[in-house]
Write a protein that binds this ligand. Structure first.
Ligand code: KG4
Ligand code: ZN
Length: 344
């Protein structure tokens, strides 16, 4: 038994978890601030860090209580130090330092994007087969990476503007839906016709890069057109929210699936992994499974979004390979998975 305590505060979830041997979740507590940020249609950084301060201790106590373990029974404390909001990351990193110092445990610094990837190996005995291609699609990132071994990544492509999740959030706002936008659009799309509107797909051929801002702008003009027509013609004809949501979702999913499939083929990947909040999307999961020729792994939806179990999972691998952070560990809000000039 090797228990690692994971701490995650990079955005608007205060999360603490205990994971055994890098794969078995012993406890996994997430306090979401989504309801608080809803009124702003996105995360309000200053409020997020204040909420983390309020919640971090109760969430920690709850995670240890649910695990029926004490801090002293942990082998390490793993914490997200980037990417994310500086003020939010600081709360988790300072808490982790305090706990590790007090209990004499090693401190392990975790990249949030890597944590999303490792959610794929929680509570499962699935074999990991390298090389694999991983699509990380979240509120802040959209990256395609080739993973050749534990901790070894090569960047294939990334978004040039909005992240996929950010596009879901912004389009949801345009359509008058709630935050976070992904689940809202997924649910509105159920009653819609995905072929109702032929929205643009940015293929950026010859690259594995993505762009979603043109698609978002196309939805903006569509909504404006409907509003303008109603003003001129009168009546109650509203914006066809379900059809736009379905057409938008189909456009995002098509590009993510095609690029990931091509990357898997061209890199002779043995598996494809989905990670990050957008990987919770049912259409994306279904289309990936249908279109990609190698096995597609994706965490259960609740492990796709931010949590600390996946932070503890990476922490266990890093503990095994001797990686330790110093007491001078600082937050790195713009941290990347693969440094720009590196190839492995
Ligand atoms: O990974 P995550 O929890 O936080 C970040 O690291 O950003 O991802 C949150 C993002 C949000 O943009 C949210 O709208 C999106 O994931 N998301 C979804 C779904 N569930 C969450 N997007 C599409 N479909 C979903 N079902
Ligand atoms: Zn995340």
């Amino acid at each position: 038994m090797t228990y690692v305590l994971g701490i995650e505060t990079s955005c608007d979830e205060t999360a603490v978890a205990v994971v055994n041997d890098g794969r078995e979740i012993v406890s996994n507590v997430v306090a979401s601030q989504a309801r608080i940020h809803e009124r702003y249609g996105g995360v309000f950084p200053e409020i997020a860090s204040r909420q983390h301060i309020l919640h971090i201790v109760p969430v920690l106590e709850e995670a240890l209580a649910q695990a029926d373990l004490s801090l002293e029974e942990m082998e390490a404390v793993a914490v997200t130090y980037g990417p994310g909001l500086a003020g939010s990351l600081l709360i988790g990193v300072n808490m982790a330092k305090g706990l590790a110092l007090a209990a004499g445990l090693p401190l392990i610094a975790i990249n949030h994007l890597e944590a999303h990837i490792y959610a794929n190996w929680l509570d499962t005995d699935r074999e990991i087969e390298f090389p694999l291609v991983c699509l990380i699609a979240s509120g802040g990132h959209t990256n395609l990476v080739l993973m050749t071994d534990h901790g070894k990544y090569r960047a294939l492509g990334q978004t040039l503007d909005d992240a996929a999740g950010e596009a879901f959030d912004k389009v949801a706002r345009l359509l008058g839906l709630g935050y976070p936008g992904g689940p809202e659009i997924q649910s509105a799309a159920k009653d819609g016709d995905a072929s109702a509107f032929d929205l643009p797909r940015a293929w950026l051929k010859g690259t594995y890069d993505f762009s979603f801002s043109g698609l978002k702008t196309a939805v903006l003009y569509l909504v404006r057109d409907y509003d303008a027509k109603r003003e001129v013609a009168g009546g109650n004809d509203g914006v066809p929210v379900a059809d736009i949501a379905a057409s938008f979702q189909a456009a995002v999913v098509e590009v993510l699936v095609e690029k990931t499939n091509l990357a898997a083929k061209e890199n002779a990947a043995r598996q494809v992994l989905l990670a990050g909040g957008v990987a919770a999307n049912a259409l994306l999961r279904q289309q990936m499974a249908e279109r990609v020729s190698v096995p597609v792994l994706c965490p259960p939806p609740e492990h796709c979004t931010d949590n600390a179990a996946c932070v503890a999972a990476v922490g266990w691998f890093k503990l095994g390979s001797g990686q330790r952070a110093g007491w001078d560990l600082d937050v790195v809000p713009g941290l990347q998975l693969v440094p720009q000039d590196s190839t492995s």
